[in-house]
Design a protein around this ligand. Structure first.
Ligand code: ATP
Length: 308
């Protein structure tokens, strides 16, 4: 901790976005159990808020706001693991914090909500504890917590390679309008990857992002982007949740330019031509019995940011 004369902060609040995968290419499972991935992430305007408040000596507390079925409220929570890692690597064991998570990102929804909370907790505590941590050091810690955590810090639009954790920002013009169809039940990411292994014989050729996708992002044309988004995990997610195929089809018929499962699902993402098309799709999709809730979002948005 620094010893300058600034008054010590007692509360830090960070806002962190969810992500959509514009492209998710998955290679064959390697011997260590991991799949090589090539991801094009886009951060969208659906946020979790992470609040960090000072707490006495080494104590790490966690409070979840609202009903959050399936979110661990103990040491298994990714935000708590993030805080422990930060204290061990860049602070000292005497540092305490009381974390509060206000979640709007769907749990186990394929939108990296847990990763967002971990990224938010890293940023919030590095500020609360006044640690001397550089952004690249925070990113390195994030990668140790999970493949999607570094992107939640970075935000915008980016290509992730390796296990999804080596990131390169992508030039993207304008704003894309999305409608999200949420499910009442989450889908376990490991289960979706296991089904992917059962269903597919992935090609050995190198995983690549289509040039047309990069071009569509550069020009900001939703119609062009719609033709090139894709998700290698979609077939596995639909195999586990056949009802999602109807949701995707319904969104297309309502006028969405593209419909795809987000990450490992079950959230379905619908790319719309503009804001007014998105309002129309979201209103009508909300009447579908298979859709638990609908959110209208836009992207790209920035990554984890201090809001107080
Ligand atoms: P993934 O990033 O693996 O694709 P996801 O986006 O589909 O996951 P998450 O909301 O991140 O889904 O949750 C996956 C699981 O992680 C949950 O079922 C829960 O058991 C666990 N988990 C741990 N910490 C959190 C957290 N802060 N918020 C949500 N889930 C968490």
């Amino acid at each position: 901790m620094s010893a300058d004369a600034e008054p010590e902060l007692e509360l830090v609040r960070v806002r962190v976005p969810a992500k959509i995968n514009l492209a998710l290419r998955v290679g064959p499972r390697s011997e260590d159990g991991y799949h090589p991935l090539v991801n094009v992430f886009q951060a969208v305007s659906l946020f979790d808020d992470v609040t960090a408040e000072t707490a006495p000596g080494g104590e790490v507390g966690l409070q979840l706001v609202g009903e959050q079925p399936g979110v661990p409220a103990d040491e298994d929570n990714l935000a708590v693991r993030a805080v422990r890692l930060l204290a061990a690597e860049h602070g000292d064991p005497g540092l305490g914090v009381r974390l509060t998570l206000r979640k709007t990102i769907p749990v186990a929804g394929g939108m990296a909500g847990g990763s967002a909370d971990a990224a938010g907790a890293l940023l919030a505590c590095s500020v609360l504890w006044d640690l001397d941590v550089q952004p690249d050091q925070l990113t390195a810690l994030a990668a140790r917590l999970g493949a999607d955590v570094p992107f939640a810090l970075l935000g915008g639009t980016a290509i992730g390679t390796g296990r999804g954790d080596v990131l390169a920002p992508v030039l993207s013009r304008g704003t894309f309008h999305w409608v999200l169809g949420l499910s009442a039940q989450g889908l376990s990411t490991p289960r979706v990857f296991a089904r992917f292994d059962e269903l597919s014989t992935p090609a050995e050729e190198p995983l690549e992002v289509p040039d047309a996708l990069m071009e569509a992002l550069r020009t900001g044309r939703a119609e062009a982007l719609a033709g090139v988004v894709g998700n290698d995990l979609q077939a596995a997610a639909l195999d586990l949740r056949p009802d999602l195929a109807d949701v995707l089809e319904r969104g297309r018929r309502l006028g969405a330019l593209a419909a795809l499962v987000s990450g490992s699902g079950p959230t379905c993402a619908f790319l719309c031509a503009d804001e007014s098309a998105a309002i129309d799709v979201s209103t009508k999709l909300g009447r579908e019995p298979a859709v638990h809730a609908v959110r209208r979002v836009h992207g790209p948005v920035e990554g984890a940011r201090l809001i107080s």
